[in-house]
Each structure stands twice: as structure tokens, then as C-alpha cells.
Design a protein around this ligand. Structure first.
Ligand code: SGN
Ligand code: CA
Length: 515
């Protein structure tokens, strides 16, 4: 039997021959699908990221399994849910002795590299080359740790620097081997600081407000009441929205605390002159306006929302530009045809829906991630894939593309058959989700659940509260149907699906009334 597996592996490798594809995986931090024009034309034009879908496929229903940074990254490497790979929250240290997708690619002859945000606490393993941001990283003059552990400060803007370093690695790699390259941007993560040229383009733009921006949380469950992710109440004017504290000191209710003032200065002091002064000048308009109008409540939220989007989208514009640089490099260096390119974000992000920023929830806004792939000759250009896929699928897919058997302990699916059009509908119609990080930033309660094709069941187990949503009738997930008489049968069916998924993925940790 072993011999048979060995020979079938050899045949599959031989059939790929020199043609085993390179893989370039670009992932930005907190980049929501709504901030990519291939998904939504109302906020920003991202021609370079869109190009990947134009020449490849756009996934309309790609989801994460635990909407927070470190855990998504551990799932990407292992193809496993958080309870299996051990990385349940951002505070955990990833066990670097684990076998991972890059290690398996490396063992089969791939060169592997990662540049940018890592966020797994332990140093990378399975990569021939790595250069990572410590923790969240910095936007200007970023420090990067390179193997075997030296920290250097790089001149410039993080998104440009990460791209420069990735291209530098591409230039210097061993050109006789296929490669896996991860480019992990810091942007557009909070504290949303764009480079001057994009602040200039975005600071006067006005963006449409989401219908739920001014929503009142009354009538919703305990988790909604406990969250601290409100743009109005929790988004800091100084550090998040770059309003000089000098303008706020005499405004009751808006007076910043000392930590926020220190944070504001530490952010600005890293920007080299003359850009620093010009950027401060532009942001001073926000301070002047607050001094003059002293808005409160909904009126203040109106401004904060616009400023949030201006900065966030200006960060995205730089990511788009740099994605274009990578695609151009590939064209010029004859890499386009034999490379699977993936663009994604580590999770979704609230851009004002429910009045919120940040992520964490199992609601589609933060559970959904953008996912675009291009692989000429394998993926049909300009196609759309509506299957429900999840981060657990990425590792099996990369192995599948490289002709390497997917180990049984990986919990996701090899998506190559659906990428190539061999399989129209993937054999999975329910996704498992489990968020653990409480109590931490934005205080979102632990929850788990199942996302089906039409319905979603969520269980906040520490307060024993259930939520059921009809995603077709109520895509914004506003109307909890758990007590609706006509939905009791669906609720029971979804609960049975949830128990089945806990069995399938071997999650037996007690969670409220689930065992
Ligand atoms: C920081 C942010 C939070 C964010 C977490 C996790 N606060 O703590 O807003 O939720 O990171 O983000 S900040 O004041 O430092 O900006 S994650 O993407 O790394 O999971
Ligand atoms: Ca993130």
C-alpha cells in the first residue's frame, strides 16, 4: 500500500515536471471585500487587485473560521481549525514544531519565503527565507526581524517596504526551483495611517453610509451590549483618526486621555519630514472642524465614519498599487503563466455596519474574506465561484496545486477541482466557526456556530444565548429568529448540523450546553 502511494506520488509529481506552479499568496490585514472594486464599486477603485479576478476567479463566499489575525494565519499554515492547531487567539504562541503546508512544500522541493506580518509569536519555520514585522508592525520606518532574529529599521512606508523586500527575494531566489512566497501586508489595519499621496487623494472624499450605521443595539442580545467596537464610542479621535490632541483638550467629552496623546505622537514622529508636516496640516482640518462645530452623537458619528473610511481606503489604495507592482514584476520576469496568485485579507472588517469597526463576529461582515485567484491555463478568466470555501481549504489547495497529497489531519478541502472547473459544486454546505478571544480588545463574547447555505446558527455559550438568521431574507443579520415559531424546525436542523460539524472537526470542548 505504502509503495503504491509512493508511486502515485511520483507519477503525479512527474506529470507536473518542471511545471509545478509557483504560488504567490498576498494577504492584507483587515482588508474587507467591500474595499475591493471587484466586489463593490461604491467605495474604492482597486484596478490591480481586480486584475487577479479579471484574469482568474472571484470567490463570493470565502469565509474564515475564527475572525481574528493570529488564528487565521495558523489555520492558513495547518489547514486546521483553531482547536486543532492550538492557536485560538492572538495571545497564543504558535507551536512552530508543527508540520505545516510550507514545510510540506519545502520537503517536496519548493523554495519557501514569507515577508511581512506574521503575528504567531514564535519565529517562522518551514520557510527558507523570512523577514517579518514584530507584532502588528509599524506603518512608517517599519522594523523587520530577519532570520535568524536580527531587527532592522527600513526606510519608507510599510506596504512599499514589504513589496520591495518580496521583489528583492524573487530576484535573488534559486530560479531552478518552484517557490511559495507569502506577502503579508500590515495595511489597512488600525491605526489606519496612509502615505501622503493617498491621504491627499482621499481626505476630501465622501463615502456612502451603510444602512445600519446609526443602529441602536437595543433589542439585541448580551454580546451586542457588551461589545466595544462602536465607531462613535470606541474609535479614538487622536490615534485612530489622527486629530491633533491640541484641538480636543478643551472639548468636554472629547478630551483625549494621556495614553492616546502619547500614541498620537509616537505615530506621527515616525513619519519622515517633509511629509510629516504636510500630513499634520491635512489632518488639522478635522481638529478645526471639531473645535468649531463641537458635534456630538449622530452628528459626530457622521464625521468619524467618513474619516475612518478616508484613512482606511487610502491605506488600501497603497496595497492596490503594490499588488500591481508584484503583478508587473511577474509579467516582466516570465512568471505570470506558471504561478497561482492569491489575494485575500485575513478576515472581513466592519466598515460602519452596525456602527462598528473591527471584526471577531461570526456575522458575515467579519466572517467573509475577499478571495481572488489567478492561475492561467487552469482557472477560467473572469469567472466567479459561489461555493462556500474557508481558510482551512487554503493549505490543501496549495498542496493540491503542487501535486502533493493532502495529509488526512488537514481539515479543509483541496479546491483545485473547483478552480479548474472539474467540480462545479463542492461537497460541503455547512461551515464551522469558533471565536475564543474574550476578554480582549472590543470585548466580543466567545461564540461558535454553523453557517449554512441559507441559515446561520450562532451560540454565545458563556451567556447561553442562541441566534438564528435567515441569510436570504436578512443578509445584514439583524433579525434573530431563534424564538420565531415558524423557524423552530430550522433551528433544530441547524443545531443538529452544528453537532455534526463538532463531530467532524473533533471539537469536543464543553461550550455551554454543548458537550
Ligand atoms: C489591536 C487593535 C485592535 C485589533 C487587535 C487585533 N487595537 O489590538 O483594534 O482588534 O489589534 O487585530 S490598536 O489600538 O492597537 O489598533 S488583529 O488583526 O491583529 O487580530
Ligand atoms: Ca487582521
Amino acid at each position: 500500500m505504502r509503495l503504491l502511494i509512493f508511486f502515485s506520488l511520483l507519477t503525479s509529481l512527474a506529470s507536473f515536471g518542471q511545471q509545478r506552479p509557483n504560488i504567490i499568496y498576498i494577504m492584507s490585514d483587515d482588508h474587507d471585500a467591500d474595499a475591493i472594486s471587484a466586489y463593490n464599486k461604491k467605495l474604492i477603485h482597486t484596478p490591480n487587485i481586480d486584475r487577479i479576478a479579471k484574469e482568474g476567479v472571484l470567490f463570493t463566499r470565502a469565509f474564515v473560521a475564527n475572525s481574528i489575525c493570529g488564528p487565521v494565519r495558523a489555520t492558513l499554515l495547518t489547514g486546521q481549525h483553531s482547536h486543532k492547531n492550538g492557536m485560538k487567539d492572538n495571545r497564543t504562541r504558535f507551536d512552530s514544531s508543527k508540520i505545516t503546508m510550507p514545510k510540506l512544500l519545502q520537503q517536496s522541493g519548493y523554495q519557501t519565503a514569507i515577508v511581512g506580518k506574521w503575528h504567531l509569536q514564535s519565529y517562522p519555520t518551514g520557510f527558507d527565507y523570512w523577514k517579518i514585522l514584530p507584532g502588528q508592525g509599524l506603518y512608517f520606518e517599519p522594523r523587520m526581524i530577519s532570520m535568524p532574529g536580527d531587527t532592522t529599521t527600513y526606510h519608507g512606508y510599510a506596504t512599499d517596504v514589504i513589496t520591495d523586500e518580496a521583489i528583492h527575494w524573487l530576484d535573488n531566489r534559486d530560479k531552478n526551483k518552484p517557490f511559495l512566497l507569502h506577502i503579508h501586508h500590515k495595511a489597512p489595519h488600525r491605526y489606519f495611517l496612509p502615505p501622503l499621496k493617498y491621504i491627499e487623494q482621499y481626505h476630501n472624499k465622501t463615502f456612502p453610509e451603510p444602512p445600519t450605521l446609526y443602529l441602536d443595539t437595543a433589542g439585541h442580545g448580551t454580546a451586542w451590549h457588551l461589545q466595544t467596537m462602536s465607531i462613535l464610542h470606541n474609535m479614538k479621535l487622536c490615534s485612530d483618526l489622527k486629530v491633533d490632541p491640541a484641538y480636543l483638550l478643551d472639548i468636554p467629552g472629547l478630551k483625549p486621555d494621556s495614553i492616546d496623546i502619547v500614541y498620537y505622537h509616537s505615530i506621527f514622529n515616525r513619519i519622515p519630514e517633509p511629509d510629516r508636516s504636510r500630513i499634520k496640516e491635512i489632518y488639522a482640518e478635522r481638529g478645526k472642524l471639531l473645535q468649531e462645530l463641537r458635534p456630538t452623537g449622530k452628528e459626530l458619528l457622521k464625521y468619524k465614519y467618513q474619516w475612518y473610511l478616508q484613512d482606511y481606503l487610502a491605506c488600501v489604495a497603497s496595497v492596490d498599487e503594490n499588488t500591481g507592482r508584484v503583478l508587473d514584476y511577474m509579467d516582466k520576469n516570465n512568471l505570470t503563466n506558471n504561478t497561482l496568485v492569491i489575494y485575500t485579507g485575513d478576515q472581513g472588517m466592519y466598515l460602519g455596519e452596525n456602527g462598528w469597526f473591527d471584526k471577531r463576529w461570526m456575522y458575515d461582515v467579519s466572517m467573509q474574506a475577499p478571495l481572488l485567484m489567478r492561475w492561467p491555463g487552469h482557472i477560467k478568466p473572469n469567472s466567479t465561484n459561489t461555493n462556500m470555501v474557508q481558510t482551512i481549504d487554503y493549505a490543501p489547495t496549495f498542496l493540491g496545486a503542487a501535486g502533493i497529497p493532502v495529509p488526512a489531519w488537514m481539515q479543509g478541502m483541496n479546491l483545485v477541482p473547483t478552480l479548474t472547473g472539474k467540480e462545479k459544486i463542492i461537497p460541503r454546505h455547512n461551515l464551522y466557526y469558533h471565536f475564543y478571544e474574550y476578554k480582549a480588545d472590543h470585548t466580543v463574547l466567545q461564540h461558535l456556530g454553523v453557517r449554512g447555505e441559507r441559515y446561520k446558527l450562532i451560540y454565545f455559550y458563556t451567556v447561553n444565548e442562541w441566534e438564528l438568521y435567515d441569510l436570504k431574507m436578512d443578509p445584514a443579520e439583524q433579525k434573530n429568529l431563534i424564538r420565531s415559531a415558524i423557524h423552530q424546525k430550522i433551528a433544530r436542523q441547524m443545531k443538529a448540523e452544528l453537532l455534526k460539524l463538532r463531530e467532524t472537526y473533533d471539537d469536543h470542548e464543553a461550550a455551554g450546553e454543548l458537550h
